[in-house]
Design a binder for this molecule. Sequence first.
Ligand code: DQA
Length: 147
Amino acid sequence: MKILVIHGPNLDLLGEREIDIYGKFTLEEINSALQKLGKELNVAVEAVQLSGEGEICKQIGSARQTYNAIIINPAAYTHYSVAIRDAVAACQLPVVEVHLSNIYAREEFRHKSVIAAVAAGQISGFGINSYLLALRAAVGLIGQKSA
Ligand code: DQA
């Protein structure tokens, strides 16, 4: 079992970016925590950080050849990218949407996710734990699919 984690734009700046909102941990620390939990759950985890909308769509579009599920933090694209929404809808894999912050407790423009309706589910507001919860959810979804 192999799970793809896609981190969207500006998440490479974690650790120095708006620490009061996103916390002090870096993207590397998130990826290490995912690797560690992946080992415990017996799944391989591969993480990429992509800033461009087109690159994200391409990655989602080709994921089915290699991966069993996708975890994605689309970052700002969450709120307006119909292209990423369409890629998720087309990819035929379970997709879990993740946010570090609680997008519903922030500015109004962040309350809307155009991705959520085509994802299996969304986890928002638990910091680094959002990703770890998402990994558990993705593993559960793969289990349901292959059962
Ligand atoms: C985010 C929330 C988005 O609104 C924001 O644009 C991000 C990060 C989060 O993880 O909380 O870049 O997706």
